[in-house]
Design a binder for this molecule. Structure first.
Ligand code: PGA
Length: 274
């Protein structure tokens, strides 16, 4: 059984004041779901310390939005994976479409960043997805397979199978347009089939989450398919009520989530029963 996961991607939003207000409300509302569902919050880099302290021993994990492809050295503006690990991060987004499109991160670059995250002992969340034009040309799976293959060629299929894949159609991110539940299930099935072909068992073990305008109103239907292991939530993760309603929809769609944890939690914050 794959444990469902909900990941908040705050992107470049927030302030010391608003983060605190948001988290105080959000943590109270997420309390009922935190055992059935893995939850991670990915704030901008400067707020990692603040968010880590506010998360405390809630069992909700800290994540980052990117990591450098280099270990250390003369890379102005970059943040290394080991620094993120030292800050308490357990998850790191890599290859988000905003990074690929606006900051020219190539498949090779994304694969190098993925490798650093794995080497530092954290779980990468590899974002993949097609543009509208690529979907209309029937290239969705070809594009995603190319993005996955770049990582497999660099770190191997086992590393990918231990990570999280986020299917995020570029045309659905921040646009208010959502892929239909059928499109999501079909693409997730395609990704799983590709992974399974690369290595037996890899399709079954990899958590594949959906991202792209997930909101309280559409979460339940998007999470309904057994192919969907959770969500990567942008805009709606900036509102406590919306995000917790999405958590509720995920828990409702995956009622067995609390019975097992796969992949096993290996590091990060403790989860006391308080
Ligand atoms: P969105 O963003 O939920 O605002 O569409 C998702 C993402 O970019 O991860």
């Amino acid at each position: 059984m794959r444990k469902p996961i909900l990941i908040a991607n705050w992107k470049m939003n927030g302030s010391l004041h608003s983060n605190q207000a948001l988290l105080v409300r959000m943590l109270a509302k997420l309390r009922p779901f935190r055992k059935a569902v893995d939850i991670a919050i990915c704030p901008p880099f400067p707020y990692l310390f603040q968010v880590r302290d506010l998360l405390g021993y809630t069992g909700i994990a800290l994540g980052a939005q990117n990591a450098s492809s280099a270990v250390s050295g003369a890379h102005t503006g970059e943040v290394s994976a080991t620094m993120l690990e030292e800050m308490g991060c357990r998850y790191v987004l890599v290859g988000h479409s905003e990074r690929r499109a606006s900051y020219y991160e190539s498949d090779t670059d994304v694969a190098a960043r993925f490798r650093q995250v794995v080497s530092a002992g954290m779980t990468p969340v590899l974002c993949v997805g097609e543009t509208l034009e690529e979907r209309e040309q029937n290239e969705t799976l070809a594009v995603i397979e190319r993005q996955l293959r770049a990582v497999i060629d660099t770190t191997g299929i086992s590393s990918l199978a231990g990570s999280i894949v986020a299917y995020e159609p570029v045309w659905a991110i921040g646009t208010g347009k959502t892929a239909s539940p059928g499109q999501v299930a079909e693409t997730h099935r395609g990704i799983r089939g590709f992974l399974e072909n690369c290595q037996r068992g890899a399709g079954d073990s990899t958590r594949i989450v959906y991202g792209g305008s997930v909101k309280a109103v559409n979460a339940a239907e998007l999470f309904q398919s057994e192919e969907v292991d959770g969500g990567l939530i942008g805009g709606a993760s900036l509102q406590a009520e919306e995000f917790s309603a999405i958590g509720s929809a995920l828990t409702g769609a995956k009622p067995d989530g609390s019975s097992d944890s796969f992949p096993p939690e290996s590091s990060g914050l403790a989860i006391p029963d308080s």
